[in-house]
Design a protein around this ligand. Structure first.
Ligand code: GLU
Length: 282
């Protein structure tokens, strides 16, 4: 059993992160390993002070993990290799549409209502079919969802989180209409969250991905990529989201609930567990 916590160092850890890390750590405790991975592909938004704060907060909570910690910023070669493999299968194409072009295309009357899925606005397919030999330096690379589904064949994953517990099969119709041709590499990053997370979970031998319920739908994209890249499909555990007293889920920059702030105010790790409704620690 290998679980992981994969924060992006773009801000301080808040109660929602603490909950996610504690759940992942406890699921591995006694029967496997808990890994930490720093998701810092977006170098423009990541800061080393936040990375240092992540380590400090997690240690304070009582967690430990093997070193060295994987950093996505050092993994660009692995993402490039995965992209090349997908391109070799004919499921990747270069796209030069800008956000406003996509919005204009999907709001054209003949297109009907624009679908917004787990990856945002569903791309209308304007550039689909362009060869990789026509890729320009400013293009993004997209997955040709129709072709990818045919090549991948039927696929499913097992979910152990309470809300979605059970086996989930990929529904090609839903994938086409609600997900569409997702971006696999952003022009400025050389990869995307979806591609990086799939490549790295496999490289780290993660057998159960523990994360928030907000990423449940994205899992279908991840399983499709795992199938195309012949990577093992891990088990998934999507946990409840931590909300504020008004019922709103905590935002990335919810500094009012930052662990560092609770610590500065004299809270103990047991207080943090109580705040996220976890039973008292070991
Ligand atoms: N880096 C992602 C985040 O901070 C985590 C994604 C994942 O666990 O798959 O939201």
């Amino acid at each position: 059993m290998v679980t992981r916590f994969a924060p992006s160092p773009t801000g301080l850890l808040h109660l929602g992160h603490a909950y996610s890390a504690l759940v992942a750590w406890e699921r591995a405790r006694g029967q496997g390993r808990f890994l930490l991975r720093i998701e810092d592909i977006d170098q423009a938004r990541c800061r080393s002070v936040f990375e240092a704060a992540i380590f400090e907060d997690l240690r304070w909570l009582g967690l430990d993990w093997p070193e060295p910690v994987m950093r996505q910023s050092t993994r660009m070669g692995a993402y490039r290799a995965a992209l090349e493999r997908l391109a070799g299968m004919g499921v990747v194409y270069p796209c030069r549409c800008r956000r406003r072009d996509i919005q204009a295309a999907v709001s054209a009357p003949q297109e009907g209502a624009a679908a917004i899925g787990p990856d945002g606005l569903v791309y209308p397919g304007t550039c689909r079919g362009r060869g990789m030999d026509r890729a320009g330096p400013g293009d993004v690379l997209r997955l040709d969802m129709g072709r990818a589904l045919v090549l991948a064949g039927p696929a499913h994953f097992v979910e152990t989180g309470a809300r979605f517990a059970g086996e989930h099969a990929l529904d090609p119709e839903w994938m086409r209409s609600q997900v569409g041709d997702v971006v696999l590499a952003r022009r400025d990053l050389g990869t995307s969250y979806h591609l990086a997370v799939v490549v790295d979970d496999a490289a780290q031998g993660v057998s159960e991905v523990v994360r928030g319920a907000d990423l449940f739908e994205a899992t279908f994209i991840h399983v499709l990529l795992q199938r195309l890249l012949a990577l093992p499909v891990p088990r998934y555990h999507h946990h409840r989201l931590i909300r504020d007293e008004k019922g709103k889920r905590l935002a990335k920059r919810d500094d009012a609930r930052a662990i560092a702030l609770y610590r500065a105010e004299g809270a103990s790790p047991a207080d943090i567990r109580a705040l996220v409704n976890l039973p008292a620690g070991p």
